[in-house]
Design a protein around this ligand. Structure first.
Ligand SMILES: *Cc1c(COP(=O)(O)O)cnc(C)c1O
Length: 397
């Protein structure tokens, strides 16, 4: 991660195909496009990658989450359970539908704690959204059982976990609906883009129509299509899809590099008594997009983050002080700052955020260091980095 580090002639060729015939729209214009259907081809390729029946490309990962929720019928006043550690997009995508995000604790997997999910279920709960943060995953079997027991829709935000798996199944293909982002910094990039993945034909058809103004996409006469229901525009363009098409074909190569770099760093740090790693549920394999390790306590966690920063070890973060990914710094959401009026039901539903504390999440996040694994590092560079990290961590332990 990120895929742009290794752009090549493969990406350029796919983009040139699109520019040469000039059709940037993913639907219609059949006569003009000389057989180029980059978005459709990418959907087919992704369906193979995710071993799933249906893939609907959309304009972003945020759009993917919102479209997935909409396709499953989540709307006004419904509660959606989500983790405290994620990207703000998870919260936004729920709010877009007039639904209410209910944030619950993570555990040492750095993803949803099934016990916290169970405790947060109310008669208004409609869905549970797990976020497979930093390339690893939650205990999916237990979460699925919780969802089945309470008849809840199970949604998987796998935006940061392409290439990882759980009990042999690709992350993003395990819940009722999976969501991916192909934004600029993700392992596979389109520039901007996202995908909804499902085995449920009904959800897929709804995602297909909803993400393109409700058009039914029947026949090849754009003007004659009907609208079974209200939709919006969350389409991807052919140019973006073209980049993604070249990238996704290279996914096995990218994961191999991520794994090599991750393993070198991990093996070096594992020699230090006091350093531990996030729990990966049984049967899980990370995507190796990030290496996450824990220091013995919050103070040493902060110290390592500072030492890394001061000594040029980049792309490593302690998320406790991060305002993109962790609830502590999301004041604009806690105070519900919105450009336009928000319904009373949602306002009331979010009152809990003003007072709720998340000690269990704080416990794990404060001692965690999360290092992005780059694709462009040479093996020598990774070894040098590992040595430097070990030295700096040792000094803090
Ligand atoms: C990147 C990301 C998103 C949003 O994706 P965009 O394509 O940037 O909208 C959502 N969830 C997680 C966990 C992400 O990392």
């Amino acid at each position: 991660m990120p895929g742009f580090e290794l752009f090549s002639d493969l990406e350029r060729k796919e983009v040139n195909d699109v520019l040469e015939n000039g059709v940037l729209m993913r639907y219609g214009f059949d006569g003009m496009r000389n057989g180029h259907w980059k978005a459709k081809e990418l959907e087919t390729e992704l369906a193979k990658t995710f071993q799933s029946n249906y893939v609907q490309l959309v304009s972003s990962g945020t759009a993917a989450v919102s479209v997935a929720l909409a396709s499953a019928g989540v709307g006004a006043g419904d509660e959606v359970i989500m983790p405290t550690f994620t990207f703000v997009a998870s919260f936004e995508a729920i709010m877009m539908l007039g639904a209410i995000p209910i944030m619950v604790d993570i555990d040492d997997t750095l993803t949803l704690d099934p016990k916290a999910v169970d405790a947060a279920i109310t008669p208004k709960t409609k869905a549970v959204m797990v976020v497979q943060m930093c390339g690893s995953m939650a205990d999916m079997d237990t979460l699925r059982t919780v969802c089945q027991t309470h008849n809840l829709i199970f949604i998987e935000d796998a935006c940061q976990a392409i290439g990882g798996s759980y009990k042999g199944k690709p992350l993003g293909s395990i819940a009722d609906l999976g969501c991916f982002s192909f934004d600029f910094v993700k392992t596979i990039t389109c520039g901007e883009g996202g995908a909804v993945v499902t085995n449920n034909k009904d959800y897929y058809i709804k995602a297909d129509h909803y993400s393109d103004h409700g058009h039914d996409h029947i026949g090849n006469d754009r003007g004659a299509e009907t609208h079974p229901f209200l939709g919006y525009n969350f389409r991807i363009s052919e140019l973006h899809a073209a980049v993604g098409l070249a990238q996704v074909r290279r996914l096995p190569e990218f994961i191999k590099i991520q794994k090599r770099n991750y393993t070198i760093l991990r093996n070096a740090l594992a020699k230090l008594p006091g350093v531990t790693f996030r729990t990966v549920p049984e049967g899980g394999e990370e995507s190796y997009a990030f290496l996450n390790f824990f220091m013995p306590n919050a103070v040493s966690g902060q110290k390592v983050a500072e030492a890394f920063k001061a000594n040029g070890v980049d792309v490593c973060w302690n998320y406790y002080h991060n305002n993109w990914h962790y609830i502590r710094k999301w004041d604009h959401l806690k105070e519900l700052k919105s450009l336009f009026p928000i319904s009373k039901e949602v306002k009331d539903g979010l009152e809990y955020l003003k007072t709720k504390s998340y000690e269990q999440s704080d416990h794990w996040i404060a001692r965690n260091i999360s290092c992005l694994i780059k694709l462009s590092w040479t093996e020598d560079e990774v070894r040098e980095r590992a040595e430097k990290m070990v030295m700096l961590v040792k000094a803090v332990l």
